[in-house]
Design a protein around this ligand. Structure first.
Ligand SMILES: *Cc1c(COP(=O)(O)O)cnc(C)c1O
Length: 362
């Protein structure tokens, strides 16, 4: 045992484990485990990132000015209120560090994204889960979950790993039910995939007061997970706080350049969204035909529930798929051990996945 003792809470953290990307003995794997874009990044983003990498001895623009200006005009928001981060994970962590500490509570929904309890504990705060209804965040349960100690409420919308969402009306009701001293963080990591009319990423909620933040990422539809790039749209006071505590050069120059080019390649993003729509529907239908339960996802992944019988359960399915080079995500850490989460990949990948799963079910 080391005599060096970290702050309270840190040793209660179970380190985050990302999706696997290799299978021993299998040369060509199909990776459907981390919700990375089906087509990878835009070739224009790759070219821009490479060009910027040639100048890697130069420090990046610490304020991400050009990228924030582009994001501001794309989304119709004030760029002065945008803060970029090394992935939205960094922004989630910074919000916890800035606004919570020992004795404070960080509220999230039962099957909410795993980063929230992790970031809360790292800041010394206590994560609290509010129950969900039908694998969907429950507005009343979240509002009831607020105590004197609650400082932040994190809501992934749509949520990962369930794929479910709260429509604009429900989101407004949640916002209205929260005291001003609670910061509502709407994590809209999958917003670019969504095609529902009743969905909002939450810009107008941020504009409507001083205690709502919306976070976004370049890791999903833009396929830049390896670059680490995300952003937050904040009330002026929150942007000021984040800019004080973030590292001065938290986003690398290649990440900024790639993000800028990815944002400009609208045709690529449109293609990715349309592809996702088609193949998510196709995959959902095939899986239901196989007798499996599939949650109604609006993201680029589906959550699949397996029967409990030994040999036919989620673990057996995962082992069968992996043996044939197909990697999906086990959900035990989310308290959903009977489920697997499957990312929507390319057409051939989804075909191989469904065919292999059909063989498993027999
Ligand atoms: C993938 C994901 C993120 C973030 O990712 P970064 O790569 O850190 O930007 C954030 N929230 C949810 C719900 C996600 O699924």
């Amino acid at each position: 045992m080391s005599v060096l003792v970290p702050r309270p809470g840190i040793m209660t953290i179970t380190p985050y484990v990302g999706g696997e990307s290799t299978v021993p003995g299998v040369e060509r794997v199909i990776k459907l485990a981390s919700n990375e874009g089906a087509f990878g990044p835009s070739p224009k983003a790759v070219a821009a990132g490479k060009a910027a990498a040639a100048e890697m001895h130069r420090y990046p623009d610490g304020g991400c000015a050009e990228l924030r200006a582009a994001l501001g005009s794309r989304h119709g928001v004030d760029e002065a209120r945008l803060v970029c981060g090394a992935g939205s994970d960094e922004l989630i962590s910074l919000l916890c560090r800035a606004y919570t500490g020992p004795g404070d509570e960080v509220l999230h929904s039962q099957y909410g994204f795993l980063m929230y309890p992790l970031a809360a504990k790292a800041a010394g705060a206590t994560p609290v889960a509010a129950p969900e209804t039908d694998l969907t965040a429950d507005v009343d349960a979240l509002v009831e979950g607020v105590t004197e100690k609650t400082r932040i409420l994190f809501l992934a919308n749509p949520n990962n790993p369930t794929g479910t969402y709260l429509g604009g009306e429900a989101l407004g009701r949640l916002r209205a039910g929260l005291p001003e001293r609670v910061l509502l963080v709407i994590d809209a990591a999958y917003a670019e995939f969504v095609t529902r009319d009743d969905y909002t990423p939450g810009v107008e909620l941020v504009d409507g007061g001083d205690n709502v933040v919306m976070t976004r990422t370049f890791s999903k539809i833009y396929g830049l997970g390896g670059m680490r790039l995300g952003w937050a749209y904040c009330p002026p006071g929150v942007a000021d706080v984040l800019n004080r505590i973030r590292s001065p050069f938290n986003v690398s120059a290649p990440a900024q350049a790639a993000g800028l080019a990815a944002l400009a390649d609208v045709a690529f993003t449109d293609k990715a969204r349309a592809h996702n729509e088609t193949w998510r529907a196709w995959t959902t239908e095939r899986l239901r035909d196989l007798g499996l339960e599939v949650s109604p996802s609006i993201g680029n992944f589906v959550l699949v529930r397996f029967p409990a019988d030994a040999g036919r359960d989620a673990e057996a399915a995962d082992t069968f798929l992996k043996g044939r080079g197909i990697i999906v995500r086990r959900m035990g850490v989310y308290g959903l051990p009977d489920c697997l989460r499957v990312t929507i990949g390319r057409e051939d990948e989804m075909g191989a996945f469904v065919e292999t799963l059909s063989a498993f079910i027999g």
